[in-house]
Design a protein around this ligand. Structure first.
Ligand code: ADP
Ligand code: MG
Length: 595
C-alpha cells in the first residue's frame, strides 16, 4: 500500500478512540464541560447503559449561536489560547477534542442558549456529519444528547462491557464528580430511575454516603490540611474499616479525578503498622495546588497528571492522612449489653418470628420497628388482609436500594437515599413470587392455564380424608394455575406437573400447602380463591428465614422486590421491610441537636 493521508472521517474516528472509550467517557467529558461552564445544576440521563443515550443538561453559560458549529470542531476550545496557558490550566477541559470526538462516533445533538440570547440553537452531528444549526426554544444552558454511541464503529461496539457494568461505572463516576463539586446539584437517572441526587448544599459527607453507604460515610475520618501551598482535604477510613484492595482510594487534583499510584502509596504509608497485611483503607482525597505546579496534559482522557514536585505532594498527602488517623482514637468495640437499643420508642421486645402466620391486621407488630414502611404505605395500597390479594391499585414503590448484606440468614440489609432498610427475605420473596404468578395469570387471561413443568417422576401425596375432599373440589383451580394433579385412589393424589414458577419446589409440599387450613365453607369468587391459593403457594415456595443466600441471590431478590408493584408488603399484608430513617439513627446516636 502506498502512503496516503487518511480521510478526515477515519482520522477523527481514530482520534475519538483516545477520548471516548466507553459510555462513561462520554459522561465524563460532558460533565466536565458543564462544570467548566459554571453550571450549578446538572442533570444526567442514561439509557442502555449509556450506549443508547447519554444526555447531560446544565444551567451553565451556554454557547453563542455563531460558535455552536465551532464547538464541535476538533481543537476548538474557549479554554486555552496560548501555549503558556497550557501550564496554567484552571478548567477541566482544554484539549478541544471531546465534542468533536463524540460527534464523530454517535448521533449527537447540541442545544444551547447563552444567558443573553432570546432563543436557543440546536445543532445535529451524525457520525461526524454536521447539520445546519436551527433556532429552538430552550432554557438557558446547554443540553448535549449523545445517542447510539459507536453506531458507526461496530468494532468498538463489540468491546463494550455489559450494560450493568457501564451503569455501575457511570454511577461511580458521577458520584465522584458530585463529591468533588458538592455545591453543584447533580441528578443522575439511569434507565428512568433516579440513581443519584445531590442537594448542592456543599456537604460532602452527604454525598459520600451515596458512594460507600451511610454507615461508612459517617465513620470516615475527615482530612483537612493546608501546608506548603498544598491543600489536602477529604475523607479516609478509620483503621477498623478496610478493604481487600486499593480500588476505593481516589484522588482529585484541582477538581479533576486522577489515577496516581504514587499518591495511593502515600496514603498506604500513612496507615503503616495500623492495618493488617493485605488490608487497605478507603478514601477520597482532594488536592489543591497552584495549577502551574501540575501538568495535566499527559493523557488524552486527562486521567493522569504530572507534578512538578511529586515528592512534596506525596508527603503532604501522607502527613495529612496520618494526622487525621492520629486525631481519631479508634472507636471502642460495643459489647452485647450496649447493643440493645435503649429507647422504648424504637425497639420493644423481640420482633415476631418470620414464619408467624399472618391472618389478621390486629396481629401486626405495632410499635416495634422504628418506622414501618407498611404503615406509611397504608394510605395507598394493600395493607388490610382482605385487599392484600388483589394487585395494589396505586404503586407504592421503594427507592433504589443498595444491598449491604444479609443478617442472621434472615434479613437483607440495604441502604436507600433516606436511611437503612431491613428486608425480611421470606416476605420479600413471597411478594416477588406472588407478583410473578399474578402477572402470568393476567397474561394467559381468564380460562387460560399457567405454564407448567412436567415432573420426571410423578409424586404421590397422601392426604387426610377431609383435605382430600377439599383438594378434589379445587382441582380445576389448580389446573388453571399450572398444577397437574389427579386423584389416585381414596385419599392419594398424583402430582404430574407443577407451575413453572415453582420449579424446584417439592411437589408434595406444594400440594399440601393448598389444603392446609383451608376452610371448607370457603366459597369465594373464583378470582379470589385463585389469588388466595397463589398467595399460599408463594408463602411455601419462598426462601425461608435462616436460609443463607449468596450475594447474587440477595441482589436478585432485592432487584425483583424493587421492581414489584407493591414491594412493601407480602401477599398476606405483612411488611416486607422496615425503614430506619437517617433521622431515627441520628436520634439514637444522640447526633440530633449535637451538631
Ligand atoms: P474543551 O472542553 O476541551 O474546550 P470540548 O470539545 O469539550 O473541548 O468543548 C468545546 C467547547 O465547547 C468548549 O471549550 C466550550 O467553549 C464549549 N462547550 C462545550 N460544552 C459546553 C457546555 N456544556 N456549556 C458551555 N459551553 C460548552
Ligand atoms: Mg471538554
Amino acid at each position: 500500500m502506498s502512503i496516503h493521508l487518511l480521510p478526515p472521517e477515519i482520522a477523527s474516528q481514530i482520534a475519538a478512540g483516545e477520548v471516548v472509550e466507553r459510555p462513561a467517557s462520554v459522561v465524563k467529558e460532558l460533565l466536565e464541560n458543564a462544570l467548566d461552564a459554571g453550571a450549578t445544576h446538572i442533570q444526567i440521563s442514561i439509557e442502555g447503559g449509556g450506549q443508547r443515550l447519554v444526555e447531560v443538561a446544565d444551567n451553565g453559560s451556554g454557547i453563542l449561536a455563531d460558535e455552536l458549529a465551532l464547538a464541535t470542531a476538533r481543537h476548538a476550545t474557549s479554554k486555552l489560547s496560548t501555549a503558556e496557558d497550557l501550564f496554567q490550566i484552571r478548567t477541566l477541559g482544554f484539549r478541544g477534542e471531546a465534542l468533536a470526538s463524540i460527534g464523530s462516533v454517535s448521533r449527537f445533538t447540541l442545544t444551547s442558549r447563552p444567558l443573553k440570547a432570546a432563543t436557543g440553537m440546536r445543532l445535529r452531528v451524525e457520525g461526524g456529519k454536521m447539520g445546519a444549526p436551527e433556532p429552538v426554544g430552550a432554557p438557558v444552558g446547554t443540553v448535549v444528547r449523545v445517542e447510539d454511541l459507536f453506531f458507526n464503529v461496530p468494532a468498538r461496539l463489540k468491546f463494550l462491557k455489559t450494560e450493568s457494568t457501564e451503569r455501575r461505572q457511570i454511577d461511580t463516576l458521577v458520584t465522584h464528580y458530585a463529591l468533588a463539586y458538592p455545591q453543584v446539584r447533580f441528578e443522575l437517572r439511569q434507565e428512568g430511575r433516579l440513581s443519584l441526587q445531590t442537594t448542592g448544599s456543599g456537604n460532602r459527607r452527604e454525598i459520600l454516603a451515596a458512594l460507600h453507604g451511610i454507615e461508612i460515610a459517617r465513620g470516615m475520618l475527615e482530612v483537612l490540611s493546608d501546608e506548603d501551598g498544598i491543600q489536602v482535604t477529604g475523607f479516609t477510613s478509620p483503621t477498623s474499616l478496610t478493604r481487600s484492595n486499593r480500588r476505593e482510594i481516589t484522588f482529585f487534583v484541582n477538581g479533576r479525578p486522577v489515577q496516581d499510584s504514587a499518591l495511593t502509596t502515600a496514603v498506604l504509608q500513612a496507615y503503616h503498622t495500623l492495618l493488617m497485611v493485605g488490608r487497605f483503607p478507603l478514601g477520597t482525597f482532594f488536592i489543591s495546588l497552584d495549577p502551574a505546579a501540575v501538568d495535566v496534559n499527559v493523557h488524552p482522557t486527562k486521567a493522569e497528571v504530572r507534578f512538578r514536585d511529586a515528592s512534596r505532594v506525596f508527603s503532604a498527602v501522607q502527613r495529612a492522612v496520618r494526622r487525621a488517623l492520629l486525631a481519631h482514637t479508634p472507636v471502642p468495640g460495643l459489647d452485647s449489653t450496649q447493643l440493645r437499643w435503649s429507647s422504648p420508642s424504637v425497639w420493644q421486645g423481640e420482633p415476631p418470628p418470620v414464619d408467624l402466620s399472618w391472618g389478621m391486621a390486629s396481629a401486626e407488630p405495632q410499635g416495634w420497628g422504628a418506622e414501618q414502611v407498611a404503615a406509611s404505605a397504608a394510605a395507598g395500597a394493600d395493607k388490610a388482609p382482605d385487599t392484600a390479594h388483589q394487585p395494589a391499585a396505586g404503586r407504592i414503590g421503594v427507592p433504589l436500594l443498595r444491598l449491604v448484606g444479609q443478617v442472621a440468614s434472615t434479613y437483607l440489609v440495604a441502604e436507600g437515599p433516606d436511611g437503612l432498610y431491613l428486608i425480611d427475605q421470606h416476605a420479600a420473596h413471597e411478594r416477588v413470587l406472588f407478583e410473578r404468578f399474578m402477572a402470568q395469570r393476567q397474561s394467559v387471561g381468564a380460562g387460560g392455564e399457567l405454564p407448567s413443568q412436567i415432573l420426571l417422576q410423578p409424586a404421590a401425596v397422601d392426604l387426610p380424608a377431609a383435605s382430600a375432599r377439599l383438594l378434589e373440589s379445587q382441582l380445576p383451580i389448580l389446573r388453571s394455575l399450572g398444577f397437574q394433579v389427579e386423584s389416585f385412589g381414596q385419599a392419594t393424589f398424583l402430582v404430574r406437573a407443577i407451575p413453572v414458577l415453582l420449579s424446584g419446589m417439592d411437589p408434595a409440599a406444594a400440594l399440601r400447602v393448598l389444603v392446609e387450613d383451608f376452610e371448607e365453607d370457603e366459597t369465594p369468587l373464583q378470582a379470589e380463591v385463585e389469588s388466595r391459593v397463589i398467595a399460599r403457594v408463594c408463602k411455601r415456595a419462598a426462601v425461608k428465614a435462616g436460609q443463607t443466600l449468596s450475594p447474587e441471590e440477595q441482589r436478585a431478590l432485592l432487584a425483583e422486590l424493587e421492581a414489584s408493584t407493591s414491594p412493601r408488603t407480602c401477599p398476606h399484608g405483612r411488611p416486607t421491610m422496615i425503614h430506619l430513617a437517617v433521622d431515627v439513627l441520628e436520634r439514637q446516636f444522640g447526633r440530633k441537636g449535637a451538631r
